[in-house]
Design a protein around this ligand. Structure first.
Ligand code: MG
Length: 250
């Protein structure tokens, strides 16, 4: 089942994506076309934790050593946006890029998980674009709050897919297209730290609640995007998250 949130006529609604009809079936009993609503992030998390350098090929691409344990940052909630929402290009930025990432959505409160119990706390999956301005990543010891924290730098969606609908989360292809051109390609079999290891590490010190999101990192294949571009991220078994890039307006 694909669960989503959207806005229509000033109301926030939840619904499911009806694949056959190509429409949203909403809680108000109505059905909507995807184009007539504003898509919201499919969950409203309290915390979004991200992993960096979790694919070996991406660490190599940046000339960095693979971390010995999950290396984390917090994606600010103020950066989150939905499917089709514009990513705003900060004036004067030199290098902004997309990052396609498998996002794990927590299904129930998670604290001090073990690798054995961790997956019971996963509710589902969605696609994240961990948009980054590389200009502000000046060293790897400084959390990339500014680089990854601009408003609109956290597209999430278009929906969440239930955990049981993805029997093997390590058999998913990830792709990023810019204006239809394939720029980034990876596979979740190459994750350095898998979901149970990440969740065990995080929940040893932090409680995660239902709806919280964990970004699992991005594979090799970063490239610059600029105003006017359209970024389309795909993950097998989930779908496609599309966001245009816009000029910053005063
Ligand atoms: Mg990332």
């Amino acid at each position: 089942m694909k669960h989503l949130r959207f806005e229509s006529e000033g109301r926030t609604l939840v619904g499911v994506w009806d694949e056959e009809a190509g429409r949203i079936r909403a809680e108000d009993g109505r059905s909507y076309r995807g184009e007539e609503v504003r898509w919201l992030p499919p969950v409203a998390p309290r915390t979004v934790v991200g992993c960096v350098l979790n694919y070996a090929d991406h660490a190599e691409e940046l000339g960095l050593e693979r971390p010995k344990e999950p290396t984390l940052f917090l994606k600010p909630l103020s950066s989150l946006s939905g499917h089709l929402d514009p990513i705003v290009y900060p004036k004067g930025a030199e290098y902004m890029h997309y990052e396609v990432e498998l996002a794990v959505v927590i299904g129930k409160r998670a604290r001090r998980l073990t690798p054995k119990t961790a997956m019971d706390h996963v509710g589902g999956y969605t696609i994240a674009n961990d948009v980054t301005v590389r200009d502000f990543v000046t060293n790897t010891f400084r959390p990339p709050v500014k680089a990854k924290g601009f408003d609109t730098f956290g597209p999430l969606g278009p929906w969440t897919v239930d955990r049981d609908d993805i029997p093997d989360p390590y058999d998913l292809g990830l792709r990023a297209y810019v204006n239809g051109e394939l720029r980034q390609e990876g596979h979740t079999s190459r994750l350095q730290f898998r979901i149970p290891e990440i969740l065990t590490f995080v929940t040893a010190f932090m409680t995660l609640e239902a709806g919280d999101v964990v970004l699992t990192g991005t594979p090799k294949g970063l490239s610059h995007i600029r105003p006017g571009d359209e970024v389309r991220l795909e993950i097998d078994g989930i779908g496609a998250l599309v966001n245009p890039v816009m000029e910053e307006t005063p």
